[in-house]
Design a protein around this ligand. Structure first.
Ligand code: UT7
Length: 334
């Protein structure tokens, strides 16, 4: 009997820009304050890609090069590269295409995947399927967003939340019971009205009117999204655990999308997890959309052990949401 090929994460890379935008900076820009932002979201500061002429691909490049170095592979060995993002460098060509050109991944094909805050999870599931098919040996899955390019810094309801960053993982084939074990992914377009960008697509192409109306920025009805997010993220995480007979005691880490500390706490509590088992860096980076989950894996990599059960969970615009069970495949040499 042929052994099933498992898709295994074998390296992680990440990148955040140097420039910080603190709550105190925002106090000078809109009617808000540090106390409100901290208590309502858990955020203290975010990173912003300020350098002229730099885009999302320029954050993905160092993240991917880092994982190549860690794994000891050359970019030419990458078969496919997927970028989950809602802030591509351009409408086309894809950011994945531009990244491959910048790093010299000359043998790779790739594409962008648009699923907002669930972008990394959806891309990871797709990358895993490519590996499991037996056809591809090295698939890079990235989550990256330059949210500062679509945030209205006059809108206090959104500008306090978002930041910029990129993270990436390398998927390779394995045969042990490690790697991407199971996933539940969902989307519901009826949620589009609560979180979207009004113009710039084929529905409302850019015009003087759309610019004057400030329609090229992320629009969010926060309270409504909050309610769906709390339920959506917790429901799929609990369902994933139940159908794999996992209890809170079996889980080493929850890696939640970093949208709001209160949503993270609600999900962890539903899963029966204490805070020590939850990766949280929202205080320093805010919500980097598709980048939050790989950035957590990047920061916590040295603490992860072979065989650790990890649940990745996200909820975002679309609506899109989901959870993925990963059995970590390696110990990091200190
Ligand atoms: O990652 C993608 C998915 N997105 C999410 O998961 C985000 C989900 N939503 C949230 O995280 C929260 O809804 C927010 C953080 C966006 C907002 O927090 P909230 O507790 O839902 O606040 P709210 O919108 O209900 O506003 C409460 C009050 C309002 O004032 P009144 O009407 O009570 O007088 C707002 O006008 O707070 C006011 N407010 C602010 N005050 C100070 C709204 N934004 C601010 C602000 N600073 N930045």
């Amino acid at each position: 009997m042929q052994t099933k090929i498992q898709a295994v994460i074998t390296a992680v890379g990440g990148y955040v820009p140097e420039d910080k935008l603190t709550n105190f900076d925002l106090e000078k820009m809109v009617d808000t304050n540090d106390e409100w932002i901290r208590t309502r979201t858990g955020i203290a500061e975010r990173r912003i890609q300020k350098e002229e002429g730099k885009a999302t691909s320029d954050m993905v490049v160092p993240a991917v090069l880092e994982l190549c170095t860690k794994r000891g592979i050359r970019p030419e060995e990458i078969d496919c590269l997927i970028v989950g993002t809602v802030t591509p460098d351009m409408v086309f060509p894809s950011t994945a295409n531009l990244v491959c050109a910048k790093i010299g991944a000359t043998q790779a094909w790739g594409y962008d995947l648009s699923a907002a805050c669930s972008g990394f999870l959806f891309a990871l599931a797709q990358g895993a399927a490519l590996i499991e098919s037996g056809r591809y040996k090295k698939v890079v899955v990235c989550g990256a967003d330059k949210m500062s390019s679509i945030v209205d810094y006059q809108d206090r309801a959104t500008c306090i939340i978002f930041g910029d960053g990129a993270g990436a993982v390398l998927l390779e084939p394995g045969t042990e019971e490690l790697g991407i074990r199971d996933s539940i992914l969902r989307s519901d377009g009826t949620g589009a009205s609560y979180l979207h960008m009004k113009a710039g697509g084929s529905l409302r192409p850019a015009s003087q009117e759309t610019v004057a109306n400030r329609e090229h920025y992320a629009y969010q009805e926060g309270q409504a999204v909050f309610k769906f997010a709390v339920k959506g993220m917790a429901d799929v995480s609990a369902e994933l655990m139940e159908r794999n007979q996992l209890t809170g005691a079996d889980i080493a880490w929850l890696v939640p999308h970093q949208a709001n500390l209160r949503i993270i706490d609600a999900t962890a509590s539903r899963m029966g997890l204490t805070t020590e088992k939850v990766m949280i860096n929202i205080e320093r980076y805010g919500n980097t959309t598709a980048a939050t989950i790989p950035l957590c894996l990047w920061e916590w990599e040295s603490k992860l052990k072979k065989g650790d059960n990890i649940i990745l969970a996200a909820f975002g615009g679309g609506f899109t949401w989901g959870a993925i069970w990963v059995k970590w495949a390696y110990d990091t040499k200190q």
